[in-house]
Design a protein around this ligand. Structure first.
Ligand code: NAP
Length: 294
């Protein structure tokens, strides 16, 4: 442990909050913690953390409070009390809970109304991956507040992306990334069922998916650039290939007697692209289907 670097508060001691508090303690900060269930602070207190009696005392203990709880409602349940509002003036809140863009703007307005600076971060790693040089963290909010919270973020991870002063930028990019992650996860799990139905283990299949993932990432970057340019002329992958592929997925689900929810959803989207006349464009043109709220 290095010499005392100053005071910081962590509210929320779930899997992630405990990790954040541990990293700050190890880095030499005077760490005050608070959690709805105080017993979760025991190991941190044994390691030198101070357990505040309540959330207001926790916020009052440090210039910067980091909050990492279940969701936006939990955040406001903890912070939006007269006792906390009374001690917020001149302090900084760093929100690391996964929240929506609208919730982020609401939080920033609420904080400003109570005299506090507000910064929104988004952790894109699991607790075991925290504190490494490549741990990715997105952050957004006013530049001056970014400068205030940067030393703490650097303890949490070395791969910090500052997305500018629009406070909702970090949650927006975080949720967009989560959309990609959950979309591919559902597709992956459905792929396990295709494999199992033909007697192949998930391990064999997972190794193949792991192998293609880096090049697939490059392909998605290419498609994203095409969407940004508004250019849907075929460069890599024509829409019609995906129309057939998703039709085969749906057919295989029926033939194998496995759950068909995911391929039916995917095939229906690509059928809409054909109906809209995009069959001979690049697969990126699917965005034009998704831009229609219907
Ligand atoms: P967790 O282990 O489920 O912990 C949830 C925390 O929220 C606990 O401290 C819990 O308090 C508190 N909480 C829940 N409802 C509350 C309420 N109504 N009032 C007061 N406190 C409440 O979650 P986590 O894994 O630490 O995740 C925390 C945040 O980090 C989430 O937004 C998550 O999306 C984000 N995150 C997590 C990971 C990850 O891999 N874990 C990765 C990236 C981002 P109690 O202890 O009293 O229940």
């Amino acid at each position: 442990m290095t010499a005392n670097k100053g005071a910081v508060t962590v509210i929320g001691l779930g899997a992630m909050g405990i990790t954040l508090a541990e990293l700050l303690l190890k880095d030499g900060y005077k760490v005050t913690v608070w959690n709805r269930s105080p017993e979760k602070a025991a190991a941190l207190v044994a390691a030198g953390a101070i357990l505040a009696a309540d959330a207001a005392a926790a916020v009052a203990a440090s210039p910067v409070t980091i909050i990492c709880v279940y969701n936006h409602e939990a955040t406001f349940h903890i912070l939006d009390t007269a006792a906390v509002r009374n001690v917020l003036q001149g302090r900084t809140l760093l929100q690391l809970t996964t929240i929506s863009p609208v919730e982020s703007r609401l939080s920033a307005t609420w904080a400003a109304g109570n005299g506090a600076a507000y910064m929104n971060g988004a952790i894109q790693a699991a607790p075991a991956q925290m504190g490494n040089a490549d741990t990715p963290i997105l952050v957004s909010g006013p530049q001056a507040v970014y400068n205030t919270v940067t030393p703490f973020l650097q303890v949490f991870g070395g791969n910090i992306t500052y997305l500018g002063d629009a406070v909702a930028a970090a949650p927006t990019m975080d949720l967009a990334t989560l959309s990609y992650i959950y979309g591919s996860a559902i597709g992956f799990f459905h792929g396990v069922r295709i494999s199992e139905a033909e007697g192949f283990g998930a391990d064999t299949y997972a190794a193949i998916v792991g192998g293609i993932t880096p090049s697939y990432g490059e392909f998605l970057k290419h498609e994203g650039n095409m969407i940004y340019a508004g250019n849907y002329s075929v460069t890599q992958s024509p829409m019609r290939i995906s129309v057939e592929a998703t039709a085969r997925l749906e057919q295989t689900a029926v033939e194998s007697g496995i759950n068909s929810a995911f391929p039916a959803f995917a095939a229906a989207l690509f059928k809409k692209a054909v109906a809209a006349g995009y069959e001979d464009e690049e697969v990126a043109a699917l965005i034009k289907v998704l831009r229609n709220p219907a």
